[in-house]
Design a protein around this ligand. Structure first.
Ligand SMILES: *[C@@H]1O[C@H](CO)[C@@H](O)[C@H](O)[C@H]1NC(C)=O
Ligand SMILES: *[C@@H]1O[C@H](CO)[C@@H](O)[C@H](O)[C@H]1NC(C)=O
Ligand SMILES: *[C@@H]1O[C@H](CO)[C@@H](O)[C@H](O)[C@H]1NC(C)=O
Ligand SMILES: *[C@@H]1O[C@H](CO)[C@@H](O)[C@H](O)[C@H]1NC(C)=O
Ligand SMILES: *[C@@H]1O[C@H](CO)[C@@H](O)[C@H](O)[C@H]1NC(C)=O
Ligand SMILES: *[C@@H]1O[C@H](CO)[C@@H](O)[C@H](O)[C@H]1NC(C)=O
Length: 839
């Protein structure tokens, strides 16, 4: 009876995702008799103190998990049957018990839990809060076993970056590469008065031990440095402070000119140096514990020192000197490259070379509070890249890695892609500096090159949506990011299970199913987007979302594939190509220099080969492309059945919201599969050995149907339409497309491939013999949050599926499309899928 009641209570409660993994859902203790602490002693009474916060959090957790109301006191005199939380120093003052905890690094903590006596001690106040969250996480996961252990972070820098703009509201949101709604900080050029979402976010960050947050876009608005906005920045900082998260600001290099009244921003000009000094002093008056600055200079149109023939080093050190007296650090991005003059006609030109070319020369000359922030790969958050060689080239410089929790090139939170396995390919990579073990993670921690400063940064573009990232499942990436920044060797599968237990409860089938789906998700995404290191073949000139392989080439952005009729890939060898392979230390360089020793999954990153080149697997490059795309789309479809098996085991709201996205992903994986396969099929003229590409026996092309008020249209790019054509309505009246079914009678899943563009809300209805099967609107732009498109293309292409439809040979299928504004009720095809067929 009790169990039943428990199930009912937990299942009916609607959950919107706002609590993330900090739900503190009731724990069913069954018949276990466990004695728990009955009070909390938090060894600091200042409301700004993370120790004070820890007290409140423990109270909240006990209420939610165990329905117990614990009193909090702040005066020492620890008693038994209490949770004591505080710093080691404070505890030693008040306790007469000797403490035999091992030495902790900054932010580390020691946890000892034995039934009703729990001691949580931090090396500092932040560490104490981390320990409280750790204890609550154990309880919430039903782990009541006694334990005593200490843990310290692998690296001191564990930050998130936000690319939030003050301005811009509207459909694209004010968060660059954000897919979960507009900024939680700003709206219409104003910093929110009500910052409660910031507190909620600070709580999530503290629970995964993030200690710094940069709150504005790297394409920075100089207005942040004015009094008007610094007042708001100070308020934001006051919301993060009780959670031990320090705030940082992105700077616009040209600020002295843009807002300072100077006629220059030359970093060696004394008036500029002075301006930054006084401005920084002012910033620290508003936020005395500010973490520091983040700078994107001379990149993608941003101003920087090169404007004055000064060096990046001059720029970085100017900020470092201004921030140094305040204990601030300067994160200087290595994402500097020429996006204007790079010419694909030059076989040796290579954007991937840029970071080492720009930064290696300055190794050893950066001030000690500068940290060079390096994207994980040499290009830009692609589905697969080799580790950036810059990690191996500046041993006398502090470095941090830049990851993306936001899935800019990885499905924009509309595709499930669990990222930690991808991050592991970089963090665990051995760069072999001086022929010695040099794991990227040991460079970041500072251990390999004996640096005091270094670590982890992730772009985390949460928004006002209650799901934070737009998708419930995407939150596992944020959670795991924090865990990995603390301990990069953590098991990414086990971490995922922790997240699932905290987010969805303790049901084993829920845990195992989400684990299986998530672990398959990045490999599947790689399969149906870009293989063999060719990069995510998305539209790099527009949305970074749907497929568009030719957009990579014939422009100066340098994300080239060099695909022609016979061959594909970037020749990055030293002997004949761009020389990029030679930026790695000898052992690694040698491996990538030769096709024979380059792993298949990076073949096209390093080599230009014929489509008929045989991989280590024995397959040709082109057949590998075809096969992988079919496999990946199949896997994406398999997520649906897996998720559906959890119906009733997850609250309805989150079950339905995730289901909607998985249905969408399955459909969009077909868009990807067909677009890439059509494109390379057309380019190479080489047939698919399994005869699938260009051959869809169960489809009925819209342009082949009987049309009234609809007309065929050649879709551009051609490979984003089945048969390269679709149909659109010809006036603002509804159009109809009709066809007689010529397939055997039976039960089919009926899918309609169509396009949903950003403007207008067209409506579609499908009838079978004049009986309505279903209707829907073109409102994905409201439901999905990915960067949408105004055109018929790989971003707007989507489909809807009706399961188990009984159809007889000779039945009539009719689509009635009602246009709305520029959305002309476009349709690509209908497909009748017999059981087991995915197409
Ligand atoms: C209590 O917390 C405040 C705010 O974080 C801090 O300034 C102070 O040093 C703390 N006191 C002790 C004794 O740790
Ligand atoms: C908002 O500000 C960013 C950064 O300063 C700028 O790039 C963008 O164009 C602005 N957008 C609008 C709508 O003003
Ligand atoms: C920078 O140097 C280049 C060539 O060395 C020169 O043409 C240019 O005028 C210089 N620019 C400035 C702002 O000094
Ligand atoms: C969050 O996004 C979903 C679509 O993904 C939307 O339906 C919902 O209204 C949004 N909620 C909030 C609070 O913005
Ligand atoms: C060597 O480079 C040239 C371009 O300079 C290219 O056409 C050729 O295919 C490359 N050779 C090999 C074997 O990759
Ligand atoms: C590729 O497309 C072009 C037109 O875009 C067409 O002329 C050509 O025949 C196609 N090639 C193949 C192999 O499909």
């Amino acid at each position: 009876m009790r169990l039943l009641h428990f199930l009912l209570v937990t299942l009916v409660a609607a959950e919107d995702g706002l609590d993330g993994w900090l739900r503190y859902a009731p724990l069913d203790l069954g018949h276990k008799h466990v004695s728990f602490p009955t009070s909390i002693v938090a060894l600091n009474s200042s409301k700004d103190s993370p120790v004070y916060t820890a007290g409140l959090e423990l109270q909240k957790g006990f209420k939610g998990i165990l329905s117990q109301n614990l009193k909090i006191s702040h005066d020492g005199r620890p008693t038994s049957s209490a949770i004591i939380v505080g710093t080691v120093a404070e505890y030693s003052k008040t306790s007469n018990k000797p403490l035999n905890a091992p030495k902790l690094k900054e932010d580390g903590f020691w946890l000892s839990t034995h039934g009703n006596t729990v001691t949580i001690l931090g090396q500092n106040e932040r560490g104490a809060l981390y320990g409280a969250f750790e204890y609550l996480s154990r309880l919430a996961q039903g782990d009541l076993s006694p334990a005593t252990y200490a843990t310290s972070p692998d690296a001191p820098i564990r930050w998130v970056n936000h690319w939030d703009n003050l301005n811009g509201t509207g459909t694209h949101g004010s968060v660059e590469r954000g897919y979960g709604g507009d900024s939680i900080f700003y709206k219409d050029n104003v910093i929110y008065q009500d910052l409660s979402r910031v507190t909620d976010y600070a709580r999530l960050l503290a629970s995964i031990r993030i200690n710094g947050v940069v709150i504005n876009n790297v394409n920075a608005d100089p207005a942040f440095l004015t009094d008007k906005y610094l007042e708001g920045v100070a308020r934001i900082a006051s919301h993060f402070r009780p959670y031990g998260v320090k705030v940082g600001l992105s700077l616009n290099f040209a600020s002295p000119q843009l807002i300072g009244g100077l006629n220059t921003f030359d970093p060696l000009d004394p008036s500029v140096v002075e301006w930054w000094r006084t401005t920084t002093n002012k910033v620290y008056k508003y936020v005395p514990d500010m973490a520091g600055y983040l700078v994107k200079a001379n990149s993608e149109g941003q101003p920087g020192p090169l404007t004055y023939n000064r060096t990046l080093l001059d720029g970085a050190n100017m900020f470092a000197k201004a921030a140094k007296p305040h204990g601030g650090i300067v994160m200087f991005r290595a994402f500097v490259y020429d996006s204007v003059n790079l010419k694909e006609s030059d076989w040796k030109a290579d954007r991937a070379n840029a970071a080492v070319d720009h930064f290696k020369q300055f190794d050893g000359q950066f001030d000690d509070n500068v940290v060079v922030q390096i994207k994980y790969g040499p290009i830009d958050f692609q589905v697969r890249e080799p580790a950036s060689p810059l990690f191996a080239n500046i041993p006398k410089t502090n470095v941090a890695i830049e990851l993306q929790v936001t899935q800019e090139y990885l499905g924009q939170q509309c595709h499930l892609v669990y990222l930690p396995p991808l991050w592991n390919t970089i963090l665990d990579f051995d760069l072999r500096v001086d022929n010695k073990k040099t794991l990227v993670r040991d460079v970041l921690s500072g251990e390999r090159f004996k640096r005091n400063l270094g670590g982890y940064v992730a772009v985390s573009n949460v928004g006002v949506n209650s799901t934070w990232l737009g998708s419930h499942l995407a939150m596992s990436n944020l959670y795991a990011y924090g865990r990995m920044a603390w301990e990069p060797t953590v098991d990414v599968k086990a971490t995922l299970d922790d997240w699932t237990r905290l987010t969805f409860g303790l049901d084993k089938s829920v845990i195992n199913t989400i684990n299986k789906m998530s672990m398959q998700s990045w490999p599947a995404y790689e399969q149906y987007t870009g293989n063999l290191g060719i990069q995510t073949l998305t539209d790099i000139l527009y949305a970074h979302y749907g497929p568009n392989p030719p957009s990579q080439d014939d422009n100066p952005w340098g994300q080239w594939t060099r695909a022609d009729a016979d061959s594909i890939g970037m020749d990055r060898t030293v002997w004949n190509g761009t020389g990029f392979a030679g930026q790695y230390p000898t052992e690694v360089a040698r491996r990538y220099e030769r096709i024979e020793t380059t792993p298949d999954d990076l073949l096209l990153w390093f080599h230009h080969v014929p489509y008929t080149h045989r991989l280590h697997s024995g397959k040709t490059v082109i057949q590998h492309f075809y096969d992988e795309h079919y496999k990946g789309a199949e896997t994406a479809h398999s997520f649906l059945a897996m998720w559906k098996s959890l119906k009733g085991k997850i609250d309805k709201q989150r079950y339905e919201e995730v289901l909607f996205r998985l249905v969408y992903q399955a459909g969009h994986s077909i868009v990807w599969r067909d677009a890439i396969n059509n494109f390379y099929h057309n380019k190479s003229g080489i047939a698919d050995k399994s005869k699938r590409v260009g051959n869809h026996p169960w489809r009925i092309e819209a342009e082949s149907m009987t049309l009234k008020g609809y007309a065929p249209i050649a879709v551009n790019p051609f490979f984003t339409a089945s048969g390269f054509k679709g149909i659109v309505t010809t006036s603002n009246a509804p159009g109809t497309a009709t066809t007689k079914v010529n397939f055997p009678s039976g039960t089919y899943d009926l899918a309609v491939g169509y396009y949903d563009i950003i403007r207008g809300k067209a409506n579609w209805k499908v009838y079978i013999n004049d009986k309505l099967l279903g209707a829907w609107d073109g409102d994905n732009e409201d439901k999905l949050g990915h960067w949408p498109s105004e055109f018929l293309d790989g971003h707007s292409a989507t489909r809807i599926t009706f399961d188990g439809v009984k159809i007889k040979k000779g039945d009539t299928i009719k689509i009635v499309g009602t246009p709305n504004g520029p959305e002309l009720a476009p349709v690509d095809y209908i497909v009748l899928l017999p059981k087991g067929i995915i197409d």
